[in-house]
Each structure stands twice: as C-alpha cells, then as structure tokens.
Design a protein around this ligand. Structure first.
Ligand SMILES: NC(=O)c1ccc[n+]([C@@H]2O[C@H](COP(=O)([O-])OP(=O)(O)OC[C@H]3O[C@@H](n4cnc5c(N)ncnc54)[C@H](O)[C@@H]3O)[C@@H](O)[C@H]2O)c1
Length: 454
C-alpha cells in the first residue's frame, strides 16, 4: 500500500511519521508546496518541536517515510491520500473573520482530480465545516477520466505538545464514510491501517457528517471548559476565593471531572478559536442564531481574559508601565511546542507595548524573529520589544514578570536571585498558575495568579 499526505505541518508530519513507524510495509510520502518545510523534515532539525518526534521520524525516515515537493507524482502513486492542509479563518468576503477558508482544500481536490490516473481513497484530515466532503466529492467526480474516488473524514484529535503520545495511544480514532458498500469498504481499509496499533474498540466509524461535525464540537467543548473556569477566575479575583481550590472541589464530581479546569491567561493555538468561529458561522448559516451566540461567548470570554491579564499588570504597577521593563516568560501558546499561532502572549505583549512598556520576552523554543513578527507584524521594528536568551536576562531589572506559557523550566528558576535584581516593589503575575505564590511572597515578591489572591 502507498499513502500520500498533502500538507507537512503540525498534523501531517507527526501523523504520517506515526503511521510509517507502525506500518513498516506501507510507503508513506508526505508532500508540501513549502520547499523549506520539506527540507527541514529531512535535515535532522525538524520544522516543528514535539517531544519524542525526533525519534519517531529518525526510525522511519528513508525506510518507508519520505518527504518531497513532488505533489503530482506522489498523488499518482498513492492508494490513499490524506489531505492535511491548513484551513484558516477566512479574512475576506462573506463569512470573513469566522468561516473556514477552504481554498487550500479545494485546490488540493482539483490537483488530485487532474493528476490521478486511478481511483483512490481521499481522507479529510484537516478540520473542515460539515458537508465539505460533498464539495470535495463533486470536484473529484468532475474528473474527465471516469475515475471513482471515496471521500472519508478522519479528523485529527492530537494536541500539540503531546502529539507523539496522543498518536501512539489515541483516546479514539474517528472515521466517517458514505453509508454505501464502496464507502464501507474504504472505511474498512483505513480502519485496517490504524488497527495495526490502535485497539479496535477505539476506532469509531460514523457517517461523514457526524465525523466532520465531531471535530468542531470536540474543540468547542474543550475551549468552553477553559472559558468557564476563566470566567470563574474573575469572580475569584473579586471575592477572594481561590480558583484552583474551586476547580479541585468541582472536579471531584465525576460528572464534571478534573481535566481542563486550569484557569489561565486564556487559550491560544491554531484550532480552538478558529473552530468555534467556524461552528458559530455554520449555526448561523443553518438559521440557528441562538446556538451561534452561545458558542461565540466562549471566544468573547477568552478575549476578555487576555486583556484583563494585561490590564491587571498595568493596574498593579500604579497604572503606568511607560518605560518600565516587563519580563514576559513564554511565548508559545502552550508548553512543549514552538507553535505561537493565536498565543495569548501576542495580545499581552501588544497591550503592554501600547502602554509604552519595555517588553522583554523569553521562550525556550520560539525564535526571536517569530516573536517580533507575531507581535509587531512582518518586518516592523519597535525598540520597546526585545528578546532575551534566557529567563534571567529577561527578568534582570524588570518591574514585573508575567508568566504566559507554562514551560516546566519556569517552575525551577532561582527566584531569590531574580528578585534581588529587580526594582522594588517587584511583581510577578503567574498567568498559568504554576508557581508557588506563597514561597514567592516569602522572598519579597508581590505575587498574583489568575483567580488567586495576594
Ligand atoms: N495543529 C493542530 O494541533 C491540529 C490538530 C488537529 C487538527 N488540525 C487541523 O489540521 C489541519 C492542518 O493543520 P496544521 O496545524 O498541520 O497546519 P500547518 O499550517 O502547520 O500545515 C499545513 C501545510 O499544508 C501545506 N499546503 C497548503 N496547501 C497546499 C497545497 N495545495 N499543496 C501542498 N501543500 C499545501 C502548507 O504549505 C503547510 O505546510 C487544519 O485544518 C487544522 O485545523 C490541527
């Protein structure tokens, strides 16, 4: 069997590396139009950071895992084609700011229709609105060679930072297909690939639309839990309750459960906001404005939480941060990834720069150029934004420290040494609630968390 994956990003790369690792008899070809990205996958310096990924790639690379820019050639050879291209929020025209931009998906469908010389199974790996399979099928069916394609939905549930673990041992694999004999056969073929390492009872098969919708709903529910606990963190700040204590108390209820109840500066990442906006747009398109408004409030709460965090820093620094150095520790949207898409750090830095603070950022995995581009825009400069090579350099002489990403290394810094080098009163704002605030207060810090009191 020969598998091709179009899109060598955060999903395509790790997912295909895992399939290649677990199925040594299947040739897996990952293709992308971004030549630099393809080159990086084979360079020993992978384009994305994920714990354990280096090792998985190393084992399969050159054996049955290959990366190339030859999209047309690999389409011809493949029995199964995964489509794992980006589906960002549309920035123009109808649905701008909310609907998914499907131009990359459509262009891939057209390329497959043009290049294929035999019928194939096409797998939607990208997150897409319900009914996208209809559009892909229509484009493929318009091929002039009389070829037959089966379109399956197989959304990816991996979380960045734990992608290898999630792929190795997924909670479930979801495959949606047409309920026809040909559709069932295609579903069985794809299920057979995953069954090499995933227990059969974790491979769920559904109709196409249930599968497409489940991915959006999963992300909406996850983001909703974060916004729910973040809304309560504001009430904790107002009342003196401690949000971690509240989360612990409610999480013991088996109907609620303890996971995803960590209050923070807000969620980021390329998916949560995009997928909720996409869901709300779908609801409106189907005449369900009340449902759309319900889910939209999850994003509104998240935006408010991010600006509330920056606002609190300004307030605690006597309502002016102009010319004061503020150390921002962490820029990735979560720990153990170098991905900064929609990271809360971007809006925190922008808000502080708007107040003329001197913002000094340190992140263990994000490149300085990326931090500047994300915060200021491509090519723009602002002398108030600087990038440090370690946390100590970032904090030296700072009036306040903001923890924005929960990197483990921030838990074990020598805070007494850092405190000694800061103007007093020295502040620390833990936007991820990972530090021992009582210990920091003993050193002399004014220390606050999200929903945790001084
Ligand atoms: N990042 C995540 O954690 C995650 C998790 C689950 C699902 N998803 C979904 O998976 C999809 C991919 O996400 P990602 O984070 O991997 O995106 P990404 O931007 O990292 O990668 C997408 C890749 O597709 C390539 N591409 C686009 N059009 C192409 C074309 N016509 N031919 C060849 N290559 C093309 C781009 O060059 C890019 O390298 C999205 O729909 C996303 O919503 C992402």
């Amino acid at each position: 069997m020969n598998i091709c994956c179009i899109g060598a990003g955060y999903v395509g790369g790790p997912t295909m590396a895992m399939i290649a690792l677990k199925c040594p008899d299947i040739q897996v070809n990952v293709v992308d139009m971004n030549a630099a990205r393809i080159a990086a996958w084979t360079s020993g310096n992978l384009p994305i950071y994920e714990p354990g990924l280096d090792d998985v790639v190393k084992q399969a690379l050159g054996r049955n895992l290959h990366f190339s820019t030859d999209v047309a050639g690999q389409i011809k050879k493949a029995d199964i084609i995964f489509v794992s291209v980006n589906t960002p929020t549309k920035t123009y025209g109808v649905g701008a700011g909310r609907a998914a931009d499907l131009r990359f998906i459509e262009s891939v469908a057209r390329t497959i229709a043009d290049q294929a010389e035999s019928g194939k199974i096409i797998v939607e790996k990208s997150t897409i609105p319900v009914k996208t399979a209809d559009a892909i099928s229509a484009i493929l069916a318009a091929n002039t060679k009389g070829l037959k394609f089966q379109v399956l939905s197989n959304p990816e549930f991996l979380a960045e930072g734990t992608a290898v673990k999630d792929l190795m041992n997924p909670d479930r694999v979801l495959i949606g297909g047409e309920r026809t004999p040909e559709g069932d056969q295609a579903v069985a073929t794809l299920a057979g690939v995953y069954a090499r390492w995933v227990p059969r009872d974790r491979i769920i098969t559904t109709n196409l639309w249930s599968s497409e919708l489940s991915k959006l709903v999963a992300n909406a529910f996850l983001a909703q839990r974060i916004s729910s606990i973040n809304s309560i963190s504001a009430l904790c700040d107002a009342t003196g309750a401690d949000v971690d204590e509240v989360a612990n108390a409610i999480g013991k209820d088996s109907r609620i459960g303890p996971k995803f109840l960590k209050a923070s500066v807000g969620f980021g990442g390329s998916c949560f906001q995009k997928d909720i906006l996409n869901l709300t747009y779908l609801c409106e398109s189907f005449g369900l404005p009340e449902v759309a408004a319900f889910w939209n409030s999850v994003v509104t709460m998240n935006d408010w939480q991010k600006s509330r965090f920056a606002g609190r820093i300004v307030k605690e620094l006597f309502n002016t941060v102009a010319d004061k150095k503020i150390a921002v520790l962490g820029f990735a949207f979560k720990k153990d990834t170098n991905d900064t898409r929609e990271s809360a750090a971007i809006s925190v830095c922008r808000d502080l720069l708007a107040e003329h603070a001197k913002v000094c950022v340190y992140d263990p995995k994000v490149r300085a150029e990326e931090i500047k581009t994300d915060t200021l825009g491509k090519g723009a400069e602002n002398p108030l934004l600087t990038i440090a090579k370690d946390a100590y350099e970032a904090c030296a002489g700072a009036h306040a420290i903001a923890i924005v990403t929960e990197w483990d290394e921030f838990k074990t810094l020598d805070y007494a040494k850092i405190f000694a080098g800061m103007p007093k009163p020295a502040l620390i704002f833990d936007g991820r609630n990972i530090l021992d605030l009582a210990a920091l207060r003993k050193i002399g810090f004014r220390a606050s968390g999200v929903g945790k009191h001084d």
